[in-house]
Design a protein around this ligand. Structure first.
Ligand code: GLC
Length: 845
């Protein structure tokens, strides 16, 4: 182990292989890259004894510590440096328990280097100084420790430096401001910190925000790998900013503990990262509808008026949100009975109008004797403690109450018993009919300047491994949502929980959707929302959406409309605004905007079948619904830094208008054929097109060969049963699309109550053949029609269904009840009864 002190390198146990010129060089370089405060203590990791091959990798001893290389699976390798005595103490807030590796592993221990090999990867460990390099099966170097700096640590902190090539693009890091591609403009690079922070009204330059995901993905020549630093302490990542060809990361405590994740496709990396840290559970269908929120809707009469207005104006919506003013003195779980005398009655009535209600539940019960969460929490030893054992308290919303303001206390969510208790507190809300829970202020936000959070020395029991806020801070939100999610699961075992959170950490996607907090009502925040949501999706968080219109301040009518249009394809679509702003509902900006806003929300509901099935794919594979272009076109350099447009699923390219007052917009279409969603017109890809736009424009292009599933407009998801399933088939010589549905709210899909079908088209000069597979799974929708539209098909003369001639109906004939086909302006429409059986349809020319 080598040390740097004020007087130069000192070796605890001098090693003959350390050349003096080398140590001086390393010292100089460490001084430039690593924090000056800890400079005196920096030690480069070194090997002190012979490496040892283990059952699943390699161990390289460094005095009392060891660097272990562990094969998790063929494509994922863990690197960990820890005190040998702690090797068996292995806990993670983010990583799920993994099955022991069963594959083919070989380990060679050599004199200067050792090698660990899986069928997909090779890791070469240079012994002196310790350096790692990861290669793919073909011998291509994927990731390499920086030759000069490699890995170093002091008593408390560590840092890893990796080589960063000019042709490497870097993405991820979860909820971050800045461009999608973290190499920045002209390889300027970004420096990010992971420390969950309450950042009201943030702008593009602010970091860190509310969520920490120490994960990034590197793309080089179309091939990708990822690195996940599994450490919840404050950490930081420097992407070529300190030094253009170096990417370094480190944490201020805890273990050096990261996972190398192989691709080569970027989707493989995201899939494997979410195999490690978990995936978004399947959301209830209503949560994919439109949500209307503000701080705050109260009293009851205002909430009812809101509901009535949506329905009378025929603007679809599923969910109304109650912010902190529904509470008595801002105390979690205590209704303000003056504003809401009969919550259950109100919620029942709203439900009849097709609305669900979500209520906010912050992580800070008030310190008040006689208030149940406080009394029970004290009795059950549930609150975070000061170092002297007293209960920690601090001001948050209850300190702002008009009557009887006071401090709050904070559940110690690191205790299983506390999570179970907290989860149980939701019982009454659920009995009153509340459909979902909104967890906020869980960074945790505590109004103690200057940190605006708990002191770093407060104690968390952590189920047998007591620790302090330095380790728990970044996972406090994740554990809060875990308590909520598991509580809802226990209290309503048949229904899918819906939880929204502001703070979280890697892996938090297992428990909650995330919105990136208190953004600002300005154009740059709208533009920023695209790369931010894409970055979150790449980092495991698929169910995300920003406050439509912006939280801080107030949008112009145009900004609100543009934000709403862009959010049609945000997985989570909610309008929200801060306290005391003017009304911010879809109808609040004049008649012209009302009509355009209605149309945007209608589009969301028309496309819900597609949105639902893409979200199902995200929950099953981890590949996000909202995708940067490079995720589908990784070898096309034009996609690498594109972050003003995105894909929803694999097939819809969305280029919302996000600049004020423009009358045209440039759109990049990757290689292949694309169809204008609105007109059906063909556009050749591999080029940037310029299209005229008006206030009502939301440019969408559909990939050739796509099957787009939609339905007629509904006012809420409760109206979907029995409506026709409409499938638009965009031409290609041979392509297929997957269909998925289930009951939309229960967990029965996990027991086979689902329906999966494959739709395929094959075309030649004489005919187009559609093959629809029989439904896999037991779920059967209510009887309905299946409308198949062959977009752009005008040559059909005869249509056969399973070999039998289908009746033709003249265009514009009155609606027919029986199965038939007809020619429409957009293409050939086939209308059949939807049954679960396999069918083959032949359209002959
Ligand atoms: C926080 C939330 C915001 C909410 C407000 C009041 O600022 O981020 O969404 O409206 O608190 O609860």
């Amino acid at each position: 182990m080598k040390q740097i002190s004020g007087s130069g390198w000192r070796s605890a146990k001098p090693r003959p292989f350390v050349a003096v010129f080398c140590t001086v060089l390393i010292r100089g370089l460490l001084m430039t890259a690593f924090p000056a405060t800890a400079l005196a203590d920096w030690q480069a990791l070194a090997m002190t004894d012979k490496p040892v091959a283990t059952a699943d990798g390699l161990m390289l001893p460094d005095g009392d510590a060891a660097l272990t290389i562990t094969v998790i699976n063929d494509a994922v390798i863990r690197v960990r440096y820890t005190d040998k005595r702690k090797l068996a103490l292995d806990r993670s807030f983010a990583v799920l328990p993994q099955k022991p590796y069963q594959g083919k592993l070989s380990v060679d221990v050599g004199s200067n280097t050792s090698t660990v090999r899986t069928p997909a990867l090779r890791v070469v460990v240079q012994h002196q100084p310790l350096r790692l390099e990861f290669f793919d099966r073909d011998g291509r170097s994927l990731d390499q420790d920086d030759a000069e700096q490699g890995m170093a640590r002091s008593a408390e902190v560590f840092r890893v430096a990796k080589r960063l090539r000019d042709d490497e693009q870097v993405y991820g890091f979860g909820e971050k401001t800045g461009r999608l591609n973290k190499r920045g403009m002209g390889l300027g690079g970004y420096h990010y910190t992971m420390w969950n922070s309450d950042t009201y009204g943030y702008d593009m330059s602010i970091d860190p925000l509310y969520v920490s995901v120490p994960f990034y993905l590197v793309l080089r020549e179309g091939r990708a790998h990822g690195i996940f630093l599994d450490n919840s302490f404050r950490s930081s990542f420097d992407v070529g900013r300190d030094s253009r060809n170096r990417l370094s990361f480190g944490a201020e405590g805890g273990e050096l503990n990261y996972y190398f994740i192989h691709g080569p496709h970027p989707k493989d990396v995201v899939a494997r990262y979410t195999e490690l840290t978990g995936r978004m559970p399947m959301p209830p269908r209503w949560a994919l509808g439109f949500h209307q929120s503000r701080w705050s809707y109260y009293p009851e009469a205002r909430v009812r008026l809101l509901a009535d207005t949506f329905r009378s104006k025929r603007i679809p919506a599923d969910t109304l949100w109650l912010d902190i003013d529904y509470l008595d003195g801002f105390k979690p779980f205590a209704w303000n009975r003056e504003y809401f005398p009969d919550p259950a009655g109100m919620i029942r009535d709203l439900r009849q109008q097709g609305f669900r209600v979500v209520t906010i539940v912050d992580a800070h019960p008030k310190k008040e004797v006689g208030y149940r969460p406080y009394d029970e929490g004290i009795a059950g030893n549930h609150f975070v403690k000061n170092p002297d054992g007293s209960v920690f308290e601090g001001p948050v919303w209850p300190a702002n109450a008009k009557k009887n303001p006071g401090n709050s206390v904070f559940p110690d969510f690191t205790r299983a018993a506390t999570r179970a208790w907290w989860g149980g507190l939701h019982q009454e809300l659920l009995e009153q009919g509340v459909a979902g829970i909104w967890n906020d202020m869980n960074e945790p936000a505590v109004w103690i300047p200057p940190s605006n959070t708990m002191p770093l020395n407060v104690r968390h029991e952590n189920d047998g491994a007591p620790t302090d806020q330095r380790e728990i801070h970044n996972v406090y939100g994740l554990l809060h949502t875990r308590a909520t999610f598991e509580g809802l699961q226990r209290l309503r075992p048949e229904l899918r929980p819906f939880v929204l959170t502001r703070a979280s950490f890697a892996g938090g996607q297992r428990y909650a959707a995330v919105w990136p907090g208190d953004n600002t009502a300005d154009w740059s925040s709208l533009r920023q929302s695209l790369p931010m949501l894409m970055g979150m999706g790449l980092s495991g968080f698929s169910f995300v959406g920003t406050d439509i219109g912006g939280f801080a301040g107030y949008p112009s009518p145009e900004l609100f409309t543009r934000w709403l249009q862009a959010a049609v394809f945000a997985p989570f679509m909610r309008a929200h605004t801060e306290q005391a702003t003017p009304d911010q509902e879809p109808w609040s900006f004049g008649a012209q905007h009302e009509a355009i806003n209605r149309r945007a929300i209608e589009l969301r509901y028309e496309l819900l079948p597609q949105i639902y099935k893409v979200m199902e794919e995200a929950s099953r594979t981890g590949v996000p619904a909202l995708r940067p272009l490079f995720l589908e076109f990784p070898t096309d350099p034009q996609t690498w830094s594109r972050d003003d447009q995105f894909l929803f699923g694999a097939d819809l390219l969305v280029a919302p208008v996000i600049v004020e007052g423009v009358s045209q917009r440039d759109i990049y279409l990757p290689a292949g054929d694309w169809f204008d969603y609105w007109t059906g017109a063909l556009q050749r890809g591999g080029q940037t097109i310029r299209v005229p736009v008006s206030l009502s424009s939301l440019p969408i292009y559909v990939r050739a060969g796509a099957f787009v599933f939609h339905q007629p407009v509904v006012q809420h998801t409760g109206e979907m049963a029995g409506l026709p399933l409409q499938v638009d088939i965009y031409p290609a010589s041979d392509s297929h699309g997957e269909w998925y549905e289930d009951d939309g709210e229960s967990l029965a899909y996990q027991r086979g109550e689902q329906s999966r079908r494959t739709f395929r088209q094959q075309r030649d000069r004489h005919a187009t053949t559609l093959t629809i597979s029989a439904s896999e799974g037991r779920y059967r929708p209510a009887a309905r029609q299946l409308d198949l539209l062959l977009v752009g098909e005008h040559a059909g003369k005869r249509v056969l269904v399973n070999g039998k001639l289908l009746a033709q109906q003249a265009p514009n004939a009155p609606a027919s009840v029986g199965p038939h086909w007809t020619q429409t302006e957009r293409g050939l429409l086939i209308r059949l009864a939807d049954d679960a059986k396999a069918m083959q349809i032949s359209i002959q020319h």
